[in-house]
Ligand binder design. Structure first.
Ligand code: XIL
Length: 321
């Protein structure tokens, strides 16, 4: 197939991609696919605390603003990622030796400065990312250790105060494959809502593989998440071909299994009520851009376009719904 049709044009909900500012050279295949195929963007790195907030009183907006400009030029929605996380922290925060009140002030300053800066450009935020462990307990992050479990609720309230129009999300991984973690996250979200905390959506990252999880597990997870009534974002989708520690080449058979897996996932998403569909976001444009290669140091082919930025069976399947 070719890329004359746009992927987002095939669906009634936004279809997004994670982008890096430093790869957006005008005329490059990366730039052209980013602008032509997707109508929502999640910053892959530029909005993380170590990129935006390098020193206590210093914010660095240039790369993030360039990405926001790109979205404006191409009429793309900008989904902010991420205000609070245990990773991508600047060193000064990891070494911050403040009292509880000073940690609270730091949490508030970071969230509100960033939300205010992008007010009107960012329409939704991942406020907290990956706060739960696999066993359903809260992860012992720097925020939890200094502020207790109340930091979660505070993060959402501070974000809402700074930008009352933005939709606020909790985002996490393995919710599709780990029912223990999923139940913990869903009941925490329920409790937040009952207490009137401004949380509007749940991001299921969905870093999955052609082998795992089974389609029946995906169905079960999406059904359970749907019951919350929250907006759902399939927020960081990729479908790995290789198991950990292995790196086989992508055969036509494997690429077809990848396409089938994605087709199934998108089919599930299409069954959600429109009001709950925040969109589906792919975690990168083409295979060379995937975080899996750099982060796990293994060859893999998890995205919609190949090493030459040509459409793969996964793309072709999705562009013909
Ligand atoms: C990853 C980026 O893709 C990498 O470029 C970066 O080095 C590390 O972070 N879950 C998340 C994302 O929520 O922010 C991560 O992104 C991938 C896992």
């Amino acid at each position: 197939c070719d890329t004359r049709a746009s992927l987002y044009g095939q669906y009634p909900f936004p279809v997004g991609v994670a982008l890096r500012t430093n790869k957006l050279y005008p005329g490059s295949p990366y730039q052209e696919l980013a602008a032509g195929q997707f109508n929502s963007v999640t910053p892959e790195y530029e909005f993380k605390p170590d990129a935006l907030h390098p020193a206590p009183a210093a914010y660095e907006w240039a790369a993030a603003d360039a990405l926001a400009d790109f979205c404006r030029q191409h009429n793309q929605r900008l989904h902010g990622h991420t205000l609070i996380w245990h990773q991508a922290l600047p060193r000064w925060i990891t070494e911050f030796a403040g009292s509880q009140a000073e940690w609270d002030a730091l949490l508030k300053d970071h969230i509100q400065t960033v939300c205010r800066h992008f007010r009107g450009q960012v329409s939704s935020w991942d406020v907290v990312n990956e706060a739960f462990e696999a066993d359903g307990t809260l992860r012992s992050t720097i925020w939890l250790r200094h502020l207790g479990s109340g930091y979660l609720e505070k993060a959402f309230r501070y974000a809402h105060e700074a930008d009352p129009d933005a939709l606020l999300f909790y985002n996490d991984y393995d919710l599709e494959s780990n029912p223990v973690k999923r139940r913990a996250v869903l009941s925490w979200l329920q409790a937040m809502r009952q207490r009137g905390v401004p949380v509007h959506g749940l991001g299921l990252q969905l870093h999955i593989s052609i082998r795992h999880p089974e389609n029946s597990q995906l169905t079960e997870a999406v059904q359970a998440a749907r019951q919350t009534g929250l907006r759902l974002h399939f927020s960081e989708v990729d479908v790995a071909i290789n198991p950990l520690n292995q790196a086989v080449e992508p055969t036509p058979e494997l690429l077809q299994r990848q396409a089938d897996k994605l087709r199934f996932l998108v089919g599930l998403y299409q069954q959600l009520p429109r009001a709950q569909q925040h969109g589906i976001t792919f975690w990168g444009v083409a295979d060379p851009d995937s975080w899996i290669r750099s982060y796990f140091h293994r060859a893999d082919y998890p995205l919609l376009f190949d090493d030459n930025y040509q459409p793969k069976p996964a793309y072709c399947t999705l562009v013909r719904p």
